[in-house]
Each structure stands twice: as structure tokens, then as C-alpha cells.
Design a protein around this ligand. Structure first.
Ligand SMILES: [Zn+2]
Length: 206
């Protein structure tokens, strides 16, 4: 009896170990709206409808992106253009409540336009870009920015079109470094053929 009990206790420890591993590895985050899921059987986010296929194993390349034009979740577009865009938000705040002053709306409209320009630079390749396979060249902390005591990460990537290699990066990432792709891993890149400097990682990194 003692032997059985001992074996059971050993197994219990092992089960807990497996269970905690499953819990840790099966939390996936929607790349479009950042909702977290523990249900890996889903292929699309129940909150915004975006694909979460690529989040099941972030160290793998995943399926080739669909051919352009690609429809992006409305919530994602809104975050990139407005709610998650510092320039647009400052622009709106400076322009609308301070419309009676002169200087604030001038600064405001300038910021608003810059915010929307940055947003379309990010959205256009995701919606209309050609597809290439790229590689992560480095993942580093951006020490020039601190938010809530933490530095965001910047992911640098490169991809080749014809005979030329282009570089790009994704900044302001607050996800834990071990949930992100690492240097040397492959990613899908979407880019504008007439200007490959306009590029994005598919799906976006969060
Ligand atoms: Zn989502």
C-alpha cells in the first residue's frame, strides 16, 4: 500500500507539472485586438474576428498570408488610427476642445495628420502589400522610451525582393520577449512593391 501511495504522490507532482506547462503554453494573444485566449482550437478571434492561427506556435512561420486585398479587423484599424495612436489622440485633443485658440489647433492638426499618415503606412502594406518571406534579425529593448517603468521592444527584420534586401522594424512591443519570435526565425512580410520600405510583419506583432 505504501508503495502505491508513494507512486501516486510522485505522479501527482508530474500531473501538476504537465498542467502548469499546458496553462503557460496555451495562452495565446490575438495579434489584432490583444484579447487573450486559452482555447487553442479557435482559428479566429471571438472578439474581433482576426486570424489567431499564427499565435499557436509563434516560433513557426505559419500559413502564407491571403492574397491582397486583405480585410483587417475593424477594431484593429481603429486602434492603429485612433485609440492606440498617440499623435492622432493628441491632435484631436488639441484641435477640438481648443478650436477657439489659434496655436493649439495648428499643432493639433499637424499631429492629427501625422498620426493618420503613420497609421496608413502601417495599414496599407497589411491590406494591399505583396508577400515575401523574411527573417528576424534582432529583438532589442528600446531604451529611449519608458512606459510604467518598462522599456518596449523593437523587432528588426529583413526581407529580399529581387536582388535587394530591405530592412524594417516593429516598435513599441510590450509582450514578453520569450513569446516573440527570436533572431533567425522566419516571418511573413507584406510590402508595397513600388516602395518596399513600406512593409509590415504579417500578422502584426503585439
Ligand atoms: Zn482579436
Amino acid at each position: 500500500m505504501k508503495g502505491v501511495r508513494k507512486t501516486f504522490l510522485k505522479m501527482e507532482g508530474f500531473f501538476y507539472y504537465i498542467y502548469s506547462m499546458l496553462q503557460n503554453s496555451y495562452i495565446i494573444k490575438c495579434p489584432w485586438c490583444r484579447t487573450e485566449f486559452s482555447n487553442v482550437t479557435l482559428s479566429n478571434c471571438t472578439n474581433c474576428g482576426g486570424t489567431i492561427e499564427y499565435q499557436k506556435n509563434t516560433h513557426e512561420l505559419g500559413p502564407k498570408p491571403p492574397i491582397a486585398p486583405r480585410e483587417l479587423p475593424a477594431k484593429f484599424v481603429r486602434r492603429i488610427k485612433y485609440t492606440g495612436n498617440v499623435y492622432t489622440m493628441i491632435g484631436i485633443i488639441f484641435t477640438i476642445p481648443f478650436f477657439w485658440s489659434v496655436i493649439f489647433p495648428i499643432i493639433g492638426i499637424f499631429c492629427w495628420r501625422k498620426g493618420l499618415k503613420d497609421a496608413s503606412n502601417e495599414l496599407i502594406p497589411l491590406q494591399h502589400g505583396s508577400i515575401a518571406q523574411g527573417e528576424i534579425t534582432s529583438v532589442e529593448y528600446d531604451h529611449s522610451k519608458t512606459i510604467n517603468g518598462k522599456h518596449p521592444l523593437t523587432v528588426n527584420f529583413s526581407f529580399t525582393v529581387g536582388a535587394r534586401t530591405y530592412q524594417g522594424n516593429v516598435g513599441n512591443i510590450f509582450t514578453s520577449i520569450n513569446q516573440l519570435k527570436q533572431a533567425g526565425e522566419s516571418v511573413w512580410i507584406v510590402y508595397m512593391p513600388e516602395n518596399p520600405d513600406l512593409s509590415s510583419v504579417w500578422p502584426p506583432m503585439v
